[in-house]
Each structure stands twice: as C-alpha cells, then as structure tokens.
Design a protein around this ligand. Sequence first.
Ligand code: SF4
Length: 364
Amino acid sequence: MLIPTTCFNCESACGLLGYVDKQDLSIKKLEGNPAHPGSRGRNCAKGPATINQLDDPERILYPLRRVGERGAGGWERCTWDEALDDIAARIRTAILDGRRDEVMYHVGRPGEDGFAERFLAAWGVDGHNSHTNICSAGARFGYTLWGGYDRPSPDHANAKVILLLSSHLESGHYFNPHAQRIMEGKLDGAKLVVIDPRMSNTASHADLWLAPWPGSEAAILLAVAAHLLRTRRIATDYMRRWVNWETYLDRLHPGEPRDFDTFLDRLTEDYARYTFEFAAQEARVPVERIEELAKLVADAGTQLAAHVWRAAAAGNRGRWPAACSSSTCSPAASGPRAAQAPTGGTSSSRTARTRRRRTTTGTS
Ligand code: SF4
C-alpha cells in the first residue's frame, strides 16, 4: 500500500510516498509524491534515499549516556526516563540558581515553526542555537521585519526577472520546490540574476552574475532602489498602501507637507547618495553590471521575484563569519587579502577601519 509522508532531510518538506508491505508493514521504498503541491513528485536524491536511514545499522535507537572522559568514546545505554530526568534536573537547577544563560538548546535544523521557542521563552531562556545562526539567520531576520514571516516563496514561475542573492537554485537540496519554479520561469523567458560571491552552480545559470565582496550586497540593492526612485519606476499605489510613509516624514522630515508626493521626493533625496558608482566601489563589482541589474529590475515592474539566503545573509566584512578561525580572521590576515582586491580604492581604508574596530572590540 502507498502511504503519503514527508521528507525532512531538509526544511523543504517535500512529499514522499512510502511503499509499505501489507503483511509486515515494512517500508520497501520511498518515492516522490506527485500529489504534493510543493515538490510535485520531484524530489532531490535525499528524499528516496531516506529508506537507508530506516535500517541503518548505526542508527541510534535509544538514549546513550557518556561514561568516562569526554571524547574517550565510552557510552552506555540508559532509559528515556533516566535521560529525561537527568536533563530536566540540570535545567531546573540552573534556572533555580539564576543561571538561565547556562542553558542552551541546540537543534540541527529548527523545523517546528516556533514550538520549542515557546518552551524556552516560558523558562526565560534565550539560548536557542542551530545551524541557522550562521547560515540564513540574517536573511530570515530581514524577511521577518519586512513581511512578518521568515521564509517566503516568491512567484518565480510567473516572474520576468528572478533575482537571487544566494546560491539556492541548485547548490544543494534545500530549495527544490523553488528551483522547479525558477526553471519554469526561465523557460518562460525570465531573466535570472544571481548575486553570489562564488561562481556557484546557481551563478552558472545566470543571465547576469554579480560577485560582490561578501557583506556588501546591501550597497547594490540600495543603488537599485535609488534608481527606481529617481526614475519613478515604482509601484506607487502599493507604496502608498503598505509603506509607513507618514511616520517616515514625521521622523525624518518634520515640518514638511504630510503628503505622499512629498514623501517620494524626500525619499529620493535620502537615497541619492547610493549611486551606481558608490555600489560598485563598495561591492567591487563593475559599475555596468549594477546598472544592468537596475534596468532589469525596473523593466520587470511587479514581476520581480527575489530571494535572499545563505551567501548574502552570512557575509560580513569581506568573508563569512562561519568560516573564520583565529588565523584566517585575524587583523594580520586581512591585509594581504584586502591588498589583492581588484579595486584598491576602498580596500585599504576598509581594512584600516576593520582593524580599528577589531582592536576596539577585541573580535577575531
Ligand atoms: S529537497 Fe530533498 S532533502 Fe529536502 S525535503 Fe525535498 S526531497 Fe527531502
């Protein structure tokens, strides 16, 4: 018999069909579920390969408690009650002692939409850690501020321009449902723009590729926004309805007429410094590519599908914090790399700024 289920080898949560033996209820194989609205039966290799996890001889089926020194490799089996009592008692003691900051909840991939977060909040514990902290947290934070949710699904399939500030088209499993729609959009004539410091698999499919200095992507986006404002290639009705322009005027331009046209004029002036040249210098990308991007975005009108993830969300000061070690991110290591940068104009001053900050803050 066929049993619909969900793959959770990543957060895409694609649909799977389990082929189950009616006699002994063992799962014989897993395949993509064509009725699933997201993955539509097209899974990455990890989906069907889930079968390997079920009978893996190294699969951990019960709690294990360390015996001996940490790292010595000694473990003994214990019951779930023992494991839970032990962990709960330690957490309870820490909370009663006022040591809440010593409680850390770590999960590989938080896919439960905030359920665990509520427990931690109830305990007054702020220590929620996962790989997201050094991966997509920056992107999710921005999405949350803009849209109130952290993982949108842009309408790639019906876009004229698809702008990816990430490598998520196909350098991995994660955005399989997105990748399908991106390819549909491309087949329908959409232009694919990729902003990714690496020539990733995703970038290799781009009509336009920009490889910015990690952490400088915002400068490119500001330059595009400034272009849209200058040329008035903007969705004014949408902005009037959804942008909090009255508050903008109140806070930044008190005393100005409180009308939407004044807001647009002031906003255009406020963004005027984000020129193509400014972005090119910050991002170390040829200015013509930024101009080309701005034109594509303007021409797309409301049919722009954009997504931010990983690369752009994790870059900072020319590198990825997750990849830093004390040697690769030391001030001494910054010099030669910065000196090799293609546009020397800002690199030395940026390096000097970085050095000063590090000296002040003691970061490495
Ligand atoms: S993309 Fe692959 S790993 Fe992720 S849920 Fe879909 S089938 Fe599973």
